[in-house]
Design a protein around this ligand. Structure first.
Ligand SMILES: Nc1ncnc2c1ncn2[C@@H]1O[C@H](COP(=O)(O)OP(=O)(O)OP(=O)(O)O)[C@@H](O)[C@H]1O
Length: 201
């Protein structure tokens, strides 16, 4: 077993909307030599055509999701758009980590707080968790949201207001990336991963 297998990392990327979380997660899992897989999260929304249970998400009925919340099986969960629930089951994280699998997830600031709160219950989570916050200026953020072209003015204003609140949480994160180009952001993430490995190795 390699040193990396004995000390798997769970990199959790948080930051405002459009700060580049998904872009970084996708790039990290695309580099096979880095050995990262995405955490498979759980949702009550219906699968879209082509989505496979256990691959894209764990799809649960609202009733089963609720049972698992009550049983304490989630590390974090949230209501999204008022009527759907999304979350991360402890088993989706602890089982791969115990096989030595490095993991990455894109979680909101509140989700990171929940993960930290679960650390006393799960020593493996506590050992592997590497929360990273992506910092971005409001000007750059607005530019990226507009360039993405998926949101109307009201939604842009809502997202900017949420981003302001999230920025206030940045100081709780040991690791931060000050977003620049895509390549600079990825290089900064790799540096954080190297640092985290050397602290655990
Ligand atoms: N460093 C960067 N410089 C410029 N544009 C970027 C950078 N990183 C990502 N982008 C672009 O910004 C947009 C938002 O990126 P992405 O979807 O990864 O953000 P996100 O934080 O996952 O967003 P959300 O939380 O809203 O899902 C995308 O169009 C992406 O291509």
């Amino acid at each position: 077993m390699t040193a990396q297998n004995r000390n798997p990392l769970f990199v959790v990327i948080a930051g405002p909307t459009a700060s580049g979380k998904s872009t970084l997660c996708e790039r990290l899992v695309k580099e096979p030599q880095l050995g990262f897989e995405r955490v498979i999260t759980t949702t009550t929304r219906a699968p879209r055509p082509g989505e496979i249970d256990g691959v894209h998400y764990h799809f649960l009925s609202p009733e089963v999701f609720e049972e698992k919340v009550r049983a304490g099986e989630f590390l974090e969960w949230a209501w999204v758009h008022g009527d759907r629930r999304y979350g991360t089951l402890a088993s989706s994280v602890i089982e791969p980590l115990s096989r030595g699998q490095n993991l990455v997830a894109n979680v909101d600031v509140q989700g990171v707080a929940s993960l930290r709160a679960c650390c006393p219950r799960f020593p493996l989570l506590a050992r592997s968790l590497v929360p990273v916050f992506i910092n971005i200026t409001p000007e750059e953020l607005q530019q990226r949201i507009r360039a993405r072209g998926t949101d109307d003015e009201a939604e842009i204003a809502r997202r900017m207001a949420t981003a302001e609140k999230e920025r206030a949480a940045a100081s709780q994160f040991e690791h931060q990336i000050h977003s620049g180009s895509r390549d600079e952001d990825f290089a900064a993430l790799l540096e954080i991963i190297e640092q985290a490995k050397s602290h655990r190795g």
